[in-house]
Design a binder for this molecule. Structure first.
Ligand SMILES: [Zn+2]
Length: 98
């Protein structure tokens, strides 16, 4: 079976360097730091939900098949544009109960 989703290599070295020397990415997302362009799906005074920048799974993978594989970026990450991320985020926001 071939995977129709285009995956790109995950730059582990760059990720490790940024994680060890850069500021906290969660604080960056919360403060709307432009270097953290994650799409925010939901936010209130106590919670925030955002799309992972380095998605390892394409949309539509059944929940029971998502466990752990979603964290295995070493298998490559799903390439998406900022516009695709914004469209997915909008779709999820719309599906959330208000
Ligand atoms: Zn932080």
């Amino acid at each position: 079976m071939t995977d129709p989703i285009k995956r790109v290599p995950f730059d582990v070295e760059s990720y490790q360097r940024r994680s060890r020397t850069g500021p906290c990415f969660i604080c960056g997302i919360v403060s709307r730091d432009p270097s953290q362009p994650e799409e925010i799906i939901y936010e209130d005074d106590e919670h925030i939900a955002f799309l992972a920048r380095f998605a390892a799974l394409p949309p539509g993978v059944p929940y029971e098949r998502q466990q752990y594989h979603a964290l295995m970026a070493e298998n490559g990450v799903v390439e998406h544009t900022p516009e695709e991320a914004a469209a997915l985020a909008a779709k999820i926001r719309k599906a959330l109960p208000s």
